[in-house]
Design a protein around this ligand. Sequence first.
Ligand code: ADP
Ligand code: G6P
Length: 460
Amino acid sequence: MEHNPLSRLIVISNRVSAPQPEQPAAQGGLAVALTAALRESDGIWFGWSGDIGARHDLHFETYGGVTSGTIDLSEQDIEEYYNGYANRTLWPLFHYRLDLTEFERTFQGGYERVNEAFARIIAPHIDADDLVWVHDYHMIPLGWLLRQQGLANRMGFFLHIPWPPTRLLVALPDHRRLVEALFAYDVIGFQAEEWLESFRHYVTHEMGGTLGPDDTLTVGGRTIRAIACPIGIDAQDFIASAASATARDVQQRMRESGTGRGLIVGVDRLDYSKGLAERFLGYERFLDEHPDRHARVYLLQIAPPSRSDVETYQNIRDSLDQLSGRINGAHADIDWVPIRYVNRGYPREALAGVYRAARIGLVTPLRDGMNLVAKEYVAAQDPADPGVLILSRFAGAAEQLTNALLINPYSADDISDAIDKALSMPKEERIARWRPMFENVRDHDVVWWRKRFTEALEAV
Ligand code: ADP
Ligand code: G6P
């Protein structure tokens, strides 16, 4: 057990997935990563309880070494702040989907109102020496609002999703207000160099800011550090999960039910940023072009529903139901269904077994801050006989996992060609590609990430 000798860590994020008795496996990169990070710290994790209620009560709970402090939100709060500004405005815009972005004044009002409430309720529980670490797009103005409450702490912000190009961001009403709020933090972290570059571009072109040494940016006399700090997975835990009895059982089950066919696996929240329809179309292209391979493959797509109160998410569910039905209808045989499409979550060990059983990990987001599934797939492989990772060049993970088969997820031909190449790849090449990726995932794990960020913050 490692303790930070200098300061207590305060983490604030919308979703708090601190350990709970009998809670199923955490979903979402943020949840999975912070559970692992907080286990090593004596800090508190603040955020939304996930429940509807009067927002003024703060409930503390300690379980598995992690204390959480959560706040209920009213129905109106959830509608305007979470479903609204966070998931109908910022999420699509930051994932380059201006076509899906909704701009509503009430959403922005709700977002600011909820962030103000969080700041007011949490501020009294923060001591002067605490390191404050705020996460993700739900909470961008929180640091600024905590400063309004009189806090002079060292404060950091980490964005788990992409930062959009300036030409897209300026479509957001009040974009400058949002970015100015970020200058209340001391350190800002991004998943990838590409997102950091976009942020710098905005600051220098839209705000007249200047770049300084050591990743600093100065605007109007205020200097902050903006760094690229890619998140990792709990690699050791994942490697162990892949070797567990549960994982072996699952592998065995997959082998038996696959009747000797090679498994291609996709694991994603049902989200339009994940490129699921494009993935299915790429796989269909492969089936069309390689009838001789039908007897050799099947695709398992695991996609638990997400944010189902938002219409764009309901639409993607409908369109994938149709698409998988159409592809299966056109190609299935008496003993073969080309796509197994499953809409539920699985415990980590079972997931690790599925990854290990898969000849191909198919990870094709149209845009993704990082993508932890790609790293999990790599971690779970058998070193003596690893599978092949097919990875979108538009995921933050592509900056690190450069030995994957990198593809353009918009191109069905690219996906089809990569599947073909992966299926016939000799073992030596599979090992040669996998090994450096594995070392990267193992060495740049979630502890490395947490340390790199908090050290930058400590140094302020
Ligand atoms: P995002 O954060 O956008 O959801 P990531 O790929 O970064 O995407 O992280 C997703 C996380 O959620 C991974 O840790 C993955 O294992 C987990 N996950 C996704 N789907 C499932 C599922 N069906 N069952 C269990 N865990 C899942
Ligand atoms: C992404 C976001 C997280 C979010 C997660 C799950 O990983 O970056 O902030 O928690 O998706 O989404 P949800 O809306 O269910 O919290």
